[in-house]
Design a protein around this ligand. Sequence first.
Ligand code: SF4
Ligand code: MG
Length: 324
Amino acid sequence: DQALLEVTDLKKHFPIKSGIIQKTTGYTKALDGLSIKVNKGETFGIVGESGCGKSTAGRTIIRLYEPTSGQIIFKGKDITNLSERKLRKVIRKEIQMIFQDPIASLNPRKTLHKTLVEPLKTHNLYASKREQTNKVKEILEVVGLNASFINRYPHEFSGGQRQRIGIARALLLQPNLIIADEPVSALDVSIQAQIINLIQELQKEFNLTYIFISHDLSVVRYICDRVAVMYLGRMMEVAAKQTLFEEPLHPYTQALMSAVPVLRKKGGQQRERIVLKGDMPSPANPPKGCVFHTRCFKAMPICKEMTPQFKEVKKDHHIACHLY
Ligand code: SF4
Ligand code: MG
């Protein structure tokens, strides 16, 4: 069908090194089996508590991290093992990333002009310097900044402006897919709304597809079409946004959602708050069976023994849980 991106059982394990000779003594299973299909034009959310592997997911999909195993198909092409050179040619233009702290990735000694022309040069876009400069000015205005800002330095901008710069940089090469990793988490609430609206407007204007990574469920509820819930490197549930927020099936999702204020529910009842016991275990030593069993309020004996399959239990509603 119209999947722009198809990820199958993607894993990223980081070696744990110790001792003088830095021997590998184990692995942190930061991402341990991500399977998602992202359709053209949608905003696909990835949510979960910090440390659940959602950032690793984003960075592995875009091949900033080398995958340990699994497969990434983008526009029908297998990009899992493409060399950096081929990646640059084929993919680096078409998939871009927006980060939580855009300024950390901007060189403080370079003007916006210098920083933003660089990718255009790398990809041999726009023949003359003048055209490149004009392109940068145009993009600045597209994201709501003044073209005259082009000669300023990163520290001269506010938080919201910096994120607009991050977005401008992502847009420069006219990508199809943008992976946004907590793009508004560092901003004041009033600025968050502006940036979220900008992200949505740009989607329409440029036919963008987004993967939106966030721990903030109210932002996700506002912007996403479908959502994947992750826990300890794995997927717990994937469903359409409304289904996920109103009828979550997985106990972990139910716990997450119980903390979100209900807007309007039949009978006007507030959901009962489900407080999970304990902390998330270490991804270096995940529990056997269902990785959530140590904190699950519905755990059964089988949950300690067998890993539940990730399967479709209702139309377009997937979960990994022995209850279903
Ligand atoms: Fe809970 Fe068992 Fe389902 Fe895991 S498989 S979420 S432990 S009921
Ligand atoms: Mg993160």
